[in-house]
Structures are given as C-alpha cells and as structure tokens.
Design a protein around this ligand. Sequence first.
Ligand code: PMP
Length: 352
Amino acid sequence: MGLRERDDLADLDGYHSAQVDVDVRLNTNESPYPPPGSWREALLEELARVPFHRYPDRDALALRSAIGELHGVGPEQVLAANGSNEILQCVCLAYGGRDRTAVVFEPTYRLHSHIARITGTTVVSGSRKPDFTVDVTEVRRVVGEAQPEIAFMCSPNNPTGRLEPPDVLEALIDVAPGLVVVDEAYGQFAPHSALELMAADQTLVVVRTFSKTWSMAAARLAYLLGPAAVVQTLEKVLLPYHLDAMKQAAGRLALRFGAEMEARVAQIVEERGRLAAALAELPVETWPSGANFILFRPQARAGDDVWQALLDRSVLVRNCVDWPGVEGCLRVTVGTPAENDAFLAALTGALA
Ligand code: PMP
C-alpha cells in the first residue's frame, strides 16, 4: 500500500517565491534596510544570557506586553507567533475547519485561501472591481450569503497595493457573523489602519508582522491584536513553547527602536512616490499603493518577457503574470533609492 496523501491536498501547490542570486532583489516585499546596529548589539548581549537548557517563556509575556504597550492594549489582547502566516493558520485552526467557511476578496494574498484550505475550511471568494477596490455591495452580498466563520481582508492588499477605506471595513464588520481578520502586513506604510476600528466588543482582529516595517523578515515574528477572548481561543491551537527565546528577545528589543523603524518607513513611502511617478511615465499600467510595493502591467510587451528581461539585467521582481485577477502583472518591492534607480533603468531597457 502506498502513502495516502489527504485527498484535499492533492490539488494544492505550495507557496513559492524565487530565491535567485541577483544584484537587485525586489520580489518579496522585504525592507531594503537591515535593523539598526544598536539593536543587533543589544540582541547579542541578551543572547549571551539566554538559559539555553530551559524552555522559553511559554506565554512570551514580556514580548506581548511590549507589543501591547505599542498599541495601548494589555498582553491579553496580543497573540505572537512565527510570522503572520502562522497567525493566519491559528485563526483557521481555531475558527475554521470542516463545515466552516472563510471569505476572501480576490485578487488578494494567496495564503489566506491556501491556509484556509489546508485546514479543511471551505473558501468562498468575492471579487474586487477592475480597479482592485472592494465594493461595499459585494461585501454585503458575499458575506451575507456565505455566513462565514472567518472573513479575511488584506489592507493594504497584496499584490495590488490597495488600501481599503474605513467604510468597506465597517461594512464587513457590520455584516460578518464571525471573525473579521484584517491582514495589515503592510499597515505601517499606509495612512490609516483598521486598528482605529478595534473595540473590545467587536469581532475584529488585526494582524501585523515584524517582517517588513521592522526589517526582521529573517526572525519570523508577527502578532495579532484583538479581543482577549479571541486571543484565548487562538492560544488553544498554538504548539507549546512555539516562540523560541531568541525570537522573543529579538522582538522585544526591536520595539525600543520605534523611531528608527518609523524613519525607514517614511523613507520607503517617499521612494514609493518617486517610483510611482517614474512608472507613470512608462508604458505600464499601475495602481495606487499603500504598501511597500507597486503592481504594474507592461502594456507593449508580455509580462513574462519583461520579467525575464529584468532578470537578465540582474533585477528580480515578482512575476504575477498567471495569478488570477492580476494577469500580465509584475510586482516590484520598493528598495533603496539606488535599487529603485537600477530597477527603473532596467525596466526602461526591458520595455524598449
Ligand atoms: N500577509 C501578507 C499580506 C503578506 O504579503 C505576507 C508576506 N508576503 C504575509 C502576510 C506573511 O508575512 P510573515 O513574514 O509575517 O509571515
């Protein structure tokens, strides 16, 4: 008898992004800047004192308290985990599963539907308009019909960059019978946040990550903010001691460098403006972005060819040409000014 994979996994592909050795890597929305040197020194000092023969603080209380402080809530309203994807998986394990439904609005971050399916959750998809905004009427229709246990909204949305206006989120919170999960992996690059809508009696949770703004993609650390009762439920599906001591220290210490991180965000937002203005002069279609990346569709040449031509010039962007809803598109992460210049020069050549 052969190995028997779960039937519902047979059609699922894993999630991959090329890790190619290039001069300019703008394909995974990382920060182009490393964390401050003084953070690294503080971390090394603290690591020298980690009692490695002991399990870490299972509740990660110091880290959760520091994150809570940043947002004006207590640690009981904070769930920390190994990246946003693990948070999303916890949400699906705790609130999804067999005979349960999650709603997404496509095109959006593929891991929302992917993780939902892996956990056996039925996925119902609403559509974005051709300009990638979400229509309140569509929210009410899809959520009203599906009555989902989980409603995902990615804002700013990956891969389109669109930021959802408060009225869309308010409509979603109003109509959703279950949990509303706003994925704000790119939240700090945007002018407003779903955090402003969070109140103790609501079913809204907001997910944020250290991977982008905090320049710590290598650390794999993210958190969810939400009602204490939801955090308690999510804790039930976490593995024991899921956050290692090194990561807890890395995250806690990073929060001391808020000003440095904000300066990085401001720099990236400024560069995003410069990149958007330059793209507007080229034969590509683009959309407004509230994130640290810009989606664009080459008009005169096929996206695949442009992607390859960029790679030939040692510039790697995300190839989204066959992603449903964003066919023919490429996505470029905002890098350092020098990286963005290199990208623009390569793109100008690739489109010629
Ligand atoms: N959500 C969105 C919308 C993302 O784009 C990403 C990263 N690609 C993630 C979550 C995952 O981030 P993390 O590194 O925290 O797992």
